[in-house]
Design a protein around this ligand. Structure first.
Ligand SMILES: [Zn+2]
Length: 374
């Protein structure tokens, strides 16, 4: 028997857009569907007379934390950003050092949204590296010292009720995949590899409409796969011969500097490539080829409909995607690539943040939680 919460999920995710579809997908009579919709409307979760989630029934907070930058935003339930705050911070800040700052910034941000459409229904956060999905804490990660095992939910207690506010943390590549499910005008992708090619390289995996997390939230962490072409080149992870040593922004910037060009960040590399610099262009294209060699295996494994390319390197999308496409099409099977498309990330630089909002919303509006609200 499908609950009102399950109906809301079908509407929210765009899987059903009419009474007919709701009845078909749930096996309920239209009369029963209508009765459950009345419950959802009375609770303010569905707009009266419409089959859509009320975007103003509340807000969710996105908290995307990286090594040197944190992006924060308030979203309505349709994925529109109501306020945002992105700042660089000192590399190496521990959780007890950074978290109170983030909470202060979120508090200020919420106060500035007037009128606030509704209560904070959920908070979604991303961190680089492995996550313990049960305890909702980060695991050991050399890039994020001082976060391992630190309980994060208590920091957000001020935003919720006595029971606290629903909180979820996930790996940063995983939330990227979620971003492609949220706030898009096209039909959401069901099967996709969502790449973030920036200082590092990682991807999120969407399979049959679900985001794959993996045992430690590390599904898609392909940047540290050994590749023959990298030989014994040292990687920032401490190992040698990883894909990142020949394809990640940090490695390419180093080469660009070695060739005599000035570049401090992978954004400079993409800008130089777009301006026509030959060295930058060949570095980006070759980086795409190296990534594509590994993606070809993933394409045969998962049969995605799209490879989505995001991150700073994808700013030069035509060039970068040409390299990726070349390798994928030459290595993956003809049947797996027949309808495969290469797309830029829907949310650009905000993809991680939007993915956090999607994570928060999915958890906050889980059918069982909605039932409890009614
Ligand atoms: Zn590595």
């Amino acid at each position: 028997m499908s609950s009102a919460g399950e109906l809301l999920e079908l509407l929210r995710t765009g899987r059903a857009t009419s009474l007919d579809e709701l009845a078909d997908l749930t096996g309920l009579s239209e009369e029963r569907v209508a009765r459950r919709l009345e419950q959802l409307t009375a609770a303010g979760l569905v707009l009266p007379g419409q089959l859509t989630l009320n975007p103003d029934a509340g807000v969710v907070l996105g908290v995307a934390v990286g090594r040197s930058r944190s992006q924060l935003a308030v979203f309505d339930l349709a994925g529109r950003e109501l306020a945002g705050d992105t700042r660089d911070h000192v590399v190496g800040l521990s959780a007890p050092e950074l978290m109170p700052q983030l909470v202060d910034r979120l508090t200020a941000m919420l106060a500035a949204v007037t009128p606030l459409p509704g209560p904070v229904l959920g908070i979604g956060m991303s961190l680089p590296g492995a996550i313990d999905p049960v305890r909702q804490v980060g695991l050991e990660n050399p890039a994020m010292r001082g976060w391992e095992g630190v309980e994060l939910a208590p920091y957000f207690a001020a935003f919720g009720t006595a029971d606290g506010v629903p909180f979820q943390v996930a790996n940063d590549a995983e939330v990227l995949a979620r971003s492609e499910l949220f706030g898009t005008t096209r039909r959401p992708l069901r099967n996709a590899l969502v790449v973030k090619a920036s200082t590092g390289i990682a991807l999120g995996v969407l399979a049959d409409g679900r985001v794959i997390s993996g045992q430690h939230g590390l599904a898609g962490d392909i940047g540290h796969t050994r590749v023959d072409v990298a030989g014994q080149l040292p990687c920032r992870c401490g190992a040698a011969g990883c894909l990142e040593t020949v394809a990640a922004g940090w490695a390419l910037v180093k080469r660009l500097v070695d060739s005599g060009l000035e570049a401090g960040h992978v954004r400079d590399l993409a800008a130089a490539a777009l301006a026509g610099d030959g060295v930058a262009r060949s570095l980006l294209r070759e980086s795409g080829r190296q990534l594509g060699d590994l993606l070809a295996v993933a394409v045969n494994l998962l049969n995605p409909q799209a490879i989505v390319l995001g991150g700073d390197m994808a700013a030069a999308f035509d060039l970068y995607s040409a390299g990726v496409r070349e390798s994928v099409l030459s290595r993956a099977s003809a049947t797996a690539t027949r309808d495969l498309v290469f797309l830029p990330a829907t949310h650009g630089d905000s993809a991680g943040l939007v993915g956090c909002a999607a994570l928060a919303l999915e958890y906050a509006l889980h059918p069982a939680r909605v039932e409890a609200l009614l």
